[in-house]
Design a protein around this ligand. Structure first.
Ligand SMILES: [Zn+2]
Length: 221
């Protein structure tokens, strides 16, 4: 029997740094054909939100006008074998270099072609605090090396992977130019007992959208 591990943060409307607002409406206000008795709890919502909130996935369309949006993302990239690379203990705001990635990959038993690669920076417990801005980041050459090993999707327990101050978004381009989606703000990687798991991470398919919250689930044997 597999163990199910939730790798997503719960979104608490009104308590997130970015906009995620729920407006409760009666179901009858959306569909005039339904009957809602007086005071009956039969609700729907209007949602107003930033697309990059909580644990979310970014498609190449975020930075590349002609590349995959959420509706185009191939499902095979969003599920399958995942390797968890341990980057805990690196100095605050330091650069993850190729040698660091090699070391972490060796420790995890290697990266295989078609792997999802999740980087455990050890910061998920600090999500929502000032401490969270101290995560290390990934140099574009490190991402290129990971891609060369066969990485099809990347995920981090950080607000991003980007080189601080890079106006060209070099690290994002290292991913998106290769068609690799990125999951930000992963949670609970420490809750996994093995470096290899199965992962499922499906955002809703919206045409013209570059990002959306995603429920990331790992299965451990
Ligand atoms: Zn984002």
């Amino acid at each position: 029997m597999s163990k199910i591990v939730d790798l997503s943060h719960v979104i608490e409307p009104g308590k997130t740094g970015r906009k995620f607002a729920l407006e409760m409406i009666g179901a009858d206000s959306v569909n005039p054909n339904v009957v809602r008795l007086e005071n009956q709890w039969y609700i729907m919502h209007n949602i107003s939100m930033v697309s990059h909130i909580g644990t979310h996935i970014e498609a190449p369309y975020h930075l590349l006008k002609d590349q995959d949006d959420l509706a185009d993302l191939p499902l095979e990239k969003l599920m399958g074998p995942a390797v968890i690379l341990d980057f805990k203990g690196y100095p605050k705001k330091s650069a993850i270099q190729i040698e660091h990635a090699k070391k972490a990959a060796d420790k995890a038993g290697g990266i295989r072609k078609g792997d999802i690669v999740f980087a455990n920076l050890g910061y998920a417990p600090f999500y929502g605090t000032d401490e969270y801005s101290g995560t290390p980041y990934f140099l574009p050459e490190t991402i290129a090396w990971l891609a060369d090993q066969g990485m099809k999707m990347m995920g981090v327990d950080a607000t991003g992977v980007e080189v601080p101050g890079s106006e060209q978004h070099v690290s994002h381009h290292a991913l998106f130019d290769r068609g690799i989606p990125l999951i930000e703000n992963l949670n609970n990687l420490n809750g996994l007992s093995k470096p290899r798991v199965q992962v499922f991470a499906f955002p809703i398919a919206v045409r013209g959208l570059e990002s959306f919250p995603v429920r990331v689930v790992a299965l451990e044997d």
